[in-house]
Ligand binder design. Structure first.
Ligand code: HEM
Length: 489
């Protein structure tokens, strides 16, 4: 009887907890404990989101365990929330495991606050070359593109899996911007760091992080999430050493990279005695900010490069069109420059189309509401989890000329000029729009053009049937494939 009584209380508790607030967006009936989790296919939960949006409309809600989540679909609703009501939708979820690991510092997972705003402004200004010293962002990317080509050259006439190469290249660009130096691709230490980032992300997005969130007391047990802490500690240790070295060798007024700029910012703040006002520029925030930039800037860019090269191999006429445009614009010039993009509308269209179909961050990073608010007549209380379903806009039927195929015409007008439709939001929108958008665009353009000038990409004879489907994840990727490489002579 006692067991039944407890079971009854337990179910009653969840039924009360799972009552949607008044005038909340509609959605399917949740189950106790699991909410609506069981109706999602872990391999491809997006299909279920599409079905729910057809049934309930562009704003609906589901329960992740006991927590209600509002899903925004289609570019109009996403922009209305994230841009028109930007401040009200700019919060971040309080994720227990992340808060324990980062101690609430850094940038990506920090709530809408003065600390977030100060760090975002500082990082954007620094990346826009105002604090990167003698070597510009463009030069650093071109240097990395040269190393990518040297690696590809070693496989000319053959094929290779490009996953590690692109991943290392994207990581190295972040290293160059924040540490002022890059690593050799074969460097064992570099591989350990990259491995730590990958393992950390895998664990953070897996079921253990969710279990930790529900029952943080479990953190004292030797369960797999302990290894997230271990990998994060390794990264922190490395970065602390680099910061200490920067402090020793820094020359005032001559920043070499983002770390030097940050140290100068700390000094300025100290001089103005801003500590009293609660300034957040300090060593602990610097370390987490740097890790955030690594995490945000590596998989996203390298997965997009992999999607790009996959489609160029399987759509050879599109690749040839790009190469004609590149050859015509650059002639015998040694280097491409980012300015050249204005004279290359077709290449621009191809890169954007690869971003659209590659759909790298399908559900954005979850937001929360910072105040009680409304969207499309529904009431959304402060602190509600918000999922901007970005891929719904990237595939929206009435927004694209060819929503279901890879076609650069989606970004070209009748005159062959490059145009960007409003539904192109792979970097999200509003105050929390991707901070690395400018950097990522520059990387994709400079690396792709450098590769296509030197190589023809071919689908290898033993490569099987090309598969363009994506592996679902917080960051999605193309399935592993081999890149066939031929020198262009
Ligand atoms: C956030 C996409 C590359 C740094 C985001 C978000 C998306 C995104 C969808 C979430 C925005 C939101 O919360 O609504 C992408 C894509 C990339 C890319 C598709 C490449 C193709 C980069 C790079 C960096 C970077 C290279 C490195 C500097 C960040 C940061 C945030 C962010 C720091 C958090 C911004 C904040 O919370 O204020 N990105 N990103 N991203 N991204 Fe990127």
């Amino acid at each position: 009887t006692l067991v039944l009584l407890w079971l009854g209380i337990f179910i009653l508790y969840f039924l009360v907890k799972l009552q949607r607030p008044k005038n909340f967006p509609p959605g399917p009936v949740p189950l106790p404990l699991f909410g609506n989790l069981l109706q999602f296919d872990s391999e491809n939960p997006l299909k279920e989101l599409d079905r729910l949006s057809r049934r309930y409309g562009s704003v609906f809600s589901v329960y992740l365990g006991g927590r209600p989540v509002v899903v925004l679909t289609g570019q109009e609703v996403i922009r209305e929330a994230l841009v028109t009501h930007g401040a009200e939708f700019a919060g971040r979820a309080n994720h227990t495991m992340i808060s324990h690991i980062t101690a609430g510092k850094g940038l990506i997972m920090v709530d809408y606050s003065t600390r977030w705003r100060d760090h975002r402004r500082f990082t954007l200004t620094t990346l826009r070359n105002f604090g990167l010293g003698k070597q510009s962002m463009e030069e650093r990317i071109l240097e990395e593109a040269k190393h990518v080509c040297t690696s590809l050259e070693q496989h000319a006439g053959n094929s290779m899996n490009p996953q590690h190469l692109f991943h290392h290249a994207a990581s190295n660009i972040i290293c160059s911007l924040i540490f002022g130096s890059r690593f050799d691709y074969e460097d064992k230490y570099f591989q350990t760091l990259i491995n730590s980032i990958e393992e950390f992300i895998k664990l953070m997005l897996g079921p253990w992080a969710m279990i930790y969130d529900i029952a943080p007391a479990l953190r004292f047990l030797p369960l797999p999430f302990r290894s997230s802490f271990h990998h994060y500690e390794l990264l922190k240790e490395h970065i602390r050493k680099v910061v200490a070295e920067h402090k020793r060798s820094q020359v005032a007024g001559e920043p070499r990279d983002l770390i030097d700029s940050y140290l100068e910012e700390m000094e300025k703040v100290r001089e103005k005695k801003k500590e009293a006002e609660g300034s957040s520029f300090d060593d602990a925030n610097l370390v987490i900010l740097l890790i955030d930039l690594f995490i945000a800037g590596t998989d996203t860019t390298s997965n997009t490069l992999r999607t790009l090269t996959l489609y160029l191999m399987t759509h050879t006429h599109i690749q040839e069109h790009c190469q004609q445009e590149i050859d015509m614009v650059l002639g015998s010039r040694e280097h491409v420059s980012y300015e050249d993009r204005h004279a290359m509308p077709y290449v621009q269209a191809v890169i954007h189309e690869a971003q659209r179909v590659g759909d790298v961050v399908p559900l954005s990073v979850f937001h929360t509401t910072t105040a009680n608010t409304q969207i499309r007549g529904y009431s959304i209380p402060k602190g509600t989890l918000i999922v901007p379903y970005l891929s719904s806009a990237l595939r929206e039927k009435d927004q694209w000329k060819f929503p279901d195929e890879f076609n650069p015409q989606n970004f070209l007008n009748d005159k062959g000029e490059f145009v960007k439709p409003d539904a192109f939001i792979p970097f999200s929108a509003g105050p929390r729009v991707c901070l690395g958008e400018g950097l990522a665009r520059m990387e994709l353009f400079l690396i792709l053009v450098t590769i296509l000038r030197r190589f023809r990409l071919v689908w290898p004879e033993d490569g099987g049937v090309p598969d363009h489907s994506l592996i679902f994840g917080m960051t999605q990727s193309a399935r592993p494939y081999r890149l066939g490489i031929r020198s262009r002579t």
